[in-house]
Design a protein around this ligand. Sequence first.
Ligand SMILES: Cc1cc2nc3c(=O)[nH]c(=O)nc-3n(C[C@H](O)[C@H](O)[C@H](O)COP(=O)(O)OP(=O)(O)OC[C@H]3O[C@@H](n4cnc5c(N)ncnc54)[C@H](O)[C@@H]3O)c2cc1C
Ligand code: SF4
Length: 331
Amino acid sequence: MHPFSISRADDPVKASAAHARDGELAFIAGGTDLLGLMKDHAALPQRLLDINGLPGMAGIELRADGSVRIGALARMSDVAAHPQVRVRFPVIAEGLLYAASGQLRNMASMGGNIMQRTRCAYFRDEDSVPCNKRRPGSGCSALNGINRNHAIFGWSGACVATHPSDVAVALAALDAIVIVRGLSGERSIPFTEFHRLPGAEPQRDNVLQRGDLIIAIDVPARREARGSHYLKVRDRQSYEFALVSAAAAVALDGRRVRSARLAMGGVAHKPWRLGAAEIALRGVSLDDGDALKTAIAKSFADAKPLSHNAFKIELAQRVALRALQTAGERA
Ligand SMILES: Cc1cc2nc3c(=O)[nH]c(=O)nc-3n(C[C@H](O)[C@H](O)[C@H](O)COP(=O)(O)OP(=O)(O)OC[C@H]3O[C@@H](n4cnc5c(N)ncnc54)[C@H](O)[C@@H]3O)c2cc1C
Ligand code: SF4
């Protein structure tokens, strides 16, 4: 194990300043991803700053307008079990409950969850295989290697990895907002802009800079949110990352889609919104399976499979359809 020192933060402003000042310092919350990365030598911070004692960051606050503020230090299990989150935002509760294991969810924080790094096996491999995310400029072993679990949208020649968080897919579908404290104060980042596509810099997963501390995630009230569902397909039934997943949220006029929100996991370097499908779904009857399929297919015209994952194109459309239909039955 890589040696490190650890100290505790008690003030967010000081924590942010320490992170900006010291490039060898990492925040630690539940530690369920960071410690694994350190064991795999994929992250080698010399100093850990334990942020669990920071005040006001662990709450789940339902607001009068129907929105919810989820503190960055709220545990996945607490958010998933919150009665109002379950009723008002079932897609969030389900995205959390299908993730990891009970023990992990008790430790893991919401901020850490959306910051977790890819499960690409080459990235996690201690041996010195080429990986641009781990060692920029070394190449991408997955591009022409084993890439069954990798992206079909938005990848670059530098990296074809997917983002592993489940709840991030639900938060993207609902247009959540990440509240960040940086050196120049607090700012809001739309969830769909928080994670990056790999481009030429796959070592950067998201838009955060040194000194940025996630304070909370705001989920606005959406009329689609109550009729929502998260569907995850994986190689085994529990304790496994998504091969493909979909978050769907729908509002109906009778049986017709008034508005739909759809995002997918396991298909790109970030949660992937199906914008073209959302537009095409307006006015389509939930009972017209062919029309629903045709609308969803609009978002797959630009899918680009790798050598081992062409199956994801069909699978992802089926998962999106099933998630949408289930969400529709709840709306
Ligand atoms: C075996 C296993 C299976 C898993 N399966 C799934 C799964 O199916 N689906 C899924 O979604 N996840 C899964 N996970 C991932 C798990 O959900 C994450 O490890 C967890 O959510 C990370 O939260 P944490 O608080 O432990 O983060 P940490 O490990 O403490 O931190 C992770 C990263 O986030 C940074 N960070 C933490 N908090 C903040 C903050 N407030 N501001 C800025 N940076 C911050 C840290 O510096 C670090 O870089 C699995 C993990 C394991 C080990
Ligand atoms: S897909 Fe990305 S994370 Fe995986 S080997 Fe290639 S560069 Fe590394």
